[in-house]
Design a binder for this molecule. Structure first.
Ligand SMILES: *Cc1c(COP(=O)(O)O)cnc(C)c1O
Length: 476
């Protein structure tokens, strides 16, 4: 081998072959815990890693010999087995204070909703058949009925997520045609959802009107032509333009659409519904628009997510005029976007809770409404228990939680956080250790400290949060 480096030539020869390694008694315990082929792959990867270290010059023969004698290979394989055991989707504790945390699955549903979803998953269910007549029907007939009662709309249709709803909307009304959108509303949401890209894939031609900060109704009116299929307003969920601005209201857009015979739509995104309690989430969220208000504007279709402020499972909901919804349903693309039985079960149950006046029991809504005064004693109780663990120090500090998922940009909710400091580990190191726990815990690292926000904890989370600190207890 022609190596340009002066590596000790015999370092590679110290490495066992894969077969030798597989027979190594030090590795035998691990071999029983994963399928044989996977174990062999882990061993090969661990050996490859050592080879790379020799090649880079980080390990010479002497160092490698010590390393191997100290059980480096077994440890590297063990680490891979542990990762395998802990890989994939699992429950975690959200102590980030970001209520709709997309990385952590957005909205945790109400326990009764979770129950309905589990039952639909494990059994047969009345999905697309009328149990009274035994005739086939639409899987979202009941959902459409509940949505109609809730928002006073004529009709509704439900798909997999709001990105799907927007795709279906553009494809149905502006596929092969033009859609008029304000330049100030050509937003990107969550990195992978850009209104212009979705329109392009829906085969809709984008006609941009106005400027980034100002768009007037005359701009839309002037852009309407024989090939215009849709007038759209997009709620700029994750940012706010301030200063010299002017935007066209949904009501104006709806009126223009009616006058010129063009379908109008409002992509609302967050999907806020009124509460039954004393404290209005709408006000807490700085005037975030309500679905009901968007509907009342008179646009033909309003679209929003199930798993944002509504606090339901992932879904895309389209509500509005009967004829517009019928057109959406006739589009063959709908078949590819429709919601599955588990999602339907969860969404139906969530809407039933809201209609029964129990909307404020929905976890997301409860979290958003929690006041700093309610959260302080919870933060104190957690801090006290963490401070009692050797090697850890914890204090309660004022902080700010976020609605998240682009809902209510710029709005923060006052909270109290637990600020945790470890005797030896850095804040980042501590955060990593907590994510590696049996039930992973996610906090927020800020100004060199780990912050845990009780706002986003669910009942029972405290115990798992505390358990995550056990492996890092002790000052060493
Ligand atoms: C979040 C959002 C979407 C995308 O919705 P998903 O449910 O994430 O698919 C689209 N439009 C707006 C305005 C949004 O806020």
């Amino acid at each position: 081998m022609a190596s340009p480096r002066a590596d000790p030539p015999n370092a590679y020869r110290l490495l066992p072959s894969i077969d030798e390694a597989l027979r190594d008694p030090a590795l035998a315990a691990g071999a029983k815990r994963v399928p044989r082929e996977l174990f062999a792959r882990f061993v090969a990867q661990a050996l490859e890693e050592l080879r790379a270290e020799i090649k880079s010059g980080r390990l010479d023969a002497l160092a490698l010999e010590k390393h191997l004698a100290a059980g480096a290979l077994a440890k590297a394989v063990e680490a891979r087995i542990l990762r395998e055991d802990g890989a994939g989707l699992r429950r975690c504790v959200n102590a980030t204070g970001v209520v709709l945390n997309t990385g952590l699955g957005r909205a945790p549903v109400h326990p009764e909703v979770a129950e309905a979803m589990a039952e639909a998953a494990r059994s047969y269910c009345v999905l697309e058949v009328d149990r009274w007549t035994n005739e086939r029907n639409q899987r979202d007939d009941r959902l459409a009925e509940l949505l109609a009662r809730m928002f006073g709309v004529e009709s509704a249709i439900v798909v997999n997520n709001n990105a799907g709803a927007v795709l279906l909307l553009f494809q149905t009304f502006a596929g092969g045609k033009e859609a008029i959108v304000s330049r100030g509303e050509l937003v990107e949401i969550g990195g992978s959802f850009r209104v212009p890209s979705v329109m392009e894939r829906a085969n809709a031609q984008l006609v941009e009107v106005g400027t980034t900060n100002r768009t007037r109704i005359a701009d839309y009116a002037g852009a309407i032509g024989p090939n215009t299929g849709l007038l759209v307003k997009v709620h700029t969920s994750n940012f706010r333009v301030e200063g010299f601005t002017e935007e066209v209201g949904a009501a104006e857009l709806a009126a223009l659409g009616r006058e010129r015979g063009v379908t109008s739509a409002f992509d609302l995104g967050s999907g806020l519904v009124e509460g039954s309690g004393m404290c209005s989430i709408e006000e807490l969220l700085g005037g975030e628009p309500l679905v009901r208000a968007a509907v009342a504007s008179g646009v033909d279709v309003v679209t929003f997510s199930g798993d944002k402020l509504l606090g339901a499972p992932q879904a895309g909901i389209l509500v509005g005029a009967r004829s517009a919804i019928a057109a959406l349903r006739k589009n063959p693309i709908y078949r590819a976007l429709r919601l599955d039985k588990v999602g339907i079960a969860g969404l139906e149950k969530t809407l039933e809770l809201v209609l029964a006046g129990r909307g404020d029991e929905i976890p997301v809504r409860r979290m958003l409404r929690a006041s700093a005064a309610e959260l302080e004693p919870r933060a104190k109780a957690i801090a006290q228990r963490i401070a009692a663990i050797p090697g850890l120090d914890a204090a309660v500090v004022p902080g700010a939680s976020q609605p998240g998922s682009g809902s209510a940009p710029g709005v923060t909710l006052p909270t109290f956080c637990v600020r945790v400091v470890h005797a030896k580990l850095s804040a980042g190191g501590l955060a990593t250790a907590l994510r590696a726990a049996q039930v992973p815990v996610f906090g927020r690292v800020q100004e060199g400290a780990l912050l845990l926000d009780p706002r986003t904890l669910l009942p029972g989370d405290e115990e798992d949060l505390l358990a995550a600190f056990v492996p890092v207890s002790g000052a060493d």
